[in-house]
Design a binder for this molecule. Structure first.
Ligand code: HEC
Length: 124
C-alpha cells in the first residue's frame, strides 16, 4: 500500500498545485464549450438540449422532471398542451412566477424541440 501511494504521487510531477489548476481550467473550458454548443443559433444539438432540459429546467422542475419548485414536466402531465403553446411558455416564461423566459438563451427552434421532447412519452 505504501509503495502504491508513493508511485501515485510520483506520477503527479513536481508541482501538484499546478496540476490541479490546469485540471480546473480544463473543466471550466469544457463547460463553456458545452454551453456554447447548446445555444448555437442554427444547428440543433439534441444531446446538448437534453442536458439543458435535465440540468437547467431540472434545477427547478426536478432532475427527473417530476416536479420541485416548478411543477411536474412529464409528458403525461403536459399532454393538454399544444406544442405551440408549450413553446411559448418556454420562450416567454410565466409572468409573476419563478418560471423564467428562455428567449434570451435559446432559439425558437430549440424551444420547439424542447416542447416536443417534453411531450414525447417515448423520448426519456
Ligand atoms: C427558476 C426556476 C425554473 C426554471 C429554471 C424553469 N422553470 Fe419552468 N416553471 C417554474 C415555475 C415556478 C413554474 C410554475 C409557474 C406557475 O405557478 O404557473 C414553471 C412552469 C413551467 C411550465 C408550465 C407547467 C404547467 O403544468 O403548466 C412549463 C411547461 C415549464 N415550466 C417548462 C420549463 C422548461 C422547459 C424549462 C427549461 C428550459 C424550465 N421550465 C425552467 C420554474 C422554473
Amino acid at each position: 500500500m505504501a509503495s502504491l501511494t508513493h508511485r501515485h504521487l510520483g506520477l503527479r510531477g513536481p508541482s501538484p498545485a499546478a496540476g490541479a489548476g490546469w485540471a480546473a481550467r480544463t473543466i471550466l473550458t469544457t463547460a463553456v464549450l458545452v454551453a456554447t454548443s447548446a445555444f448555437a443559433a442554427d444547428t440543433l444539438d439534441p444531446n446538448a438540449l437534453k442536458r439543458l432540459v435535465h440540468q437547467d429546467c431540472g434545477s427547478c422542475h426536478g432532475l427527473s422532471l417530476k416536479g420541485g419548485l416548478g411543477p411536474d414536466l412529464r409528458a403525461e402531465t403536459l399532454d393538454h398542451y399544444d406544442p405551440e403553446v408549450l413553446t411559448g411558455v418556454i420562450l416567454d416564461g410565466i409572468p409573476d412566477t419563478a418560471m423564467p423566459p428562455w428567449r434570451p438563451l435559446i432559439s425558437e427552434e430549440e424551444a420547439e424541440w424542447i416542447a416536443r421532447y417534453l411531450l414525447d412519452t417515448e423520448a426519456r
